[in-house]
Write a protein that binds this ligand. Structure first.
Ligand SMILES: [Zn+2]
Length: 107
């Protein structure tokens, strides 16, 4: 049985949380040993949306093996990111030196 993502109701991202569509995935990856940049927190980027940085490569196989992915969640292996099209919320691999369109930058 794969885990279902609850589409509605949902909670948008905050500084301390991704949107509720991405929360189960982030929690699952954390339990599997992945680390996210909670020291920086969710970056509100004016162009892209709300971004949580992953310290590691995102394990897309693990995600697809364990979740039914709805069509509004886009798994982008090439750019190493997961994008929620409903909320404009993103989980992406941290890339050193990348500057975001935001008053908040990675620590
Ligand atoms: Zn969402």
């Amino acid at each position: 049985m794969k885990i279902e993502i609850v589409e509605s109701p949902f909670e948008p991202a905050t500084r301390l949380s991704v949107c509720s569509h991405l929360v189960p995935i982030v929690n699952f990856l954390e339990k599997s040993g992945a680390e996210f940049d909670w020291a920086t927190g969710v970056i509100p980027d004016k162009a892209v949306g709300n971004i949580l940085l992953s310290e590691d490569d995102i394990d897309f196989v693990l995600i697809e093996d364990n979740f039914n992915i709805p069509d509004y969640l886009f798994l982008d292996r090439f750019r190493n990111m997961i994008f929620c099209k409903k909320c404009w919320c993103v989980v992406e691999k941290k890339s050193p030196g990348k500057v975001y369109n935001s008053s908040i930058q990675p620590r």
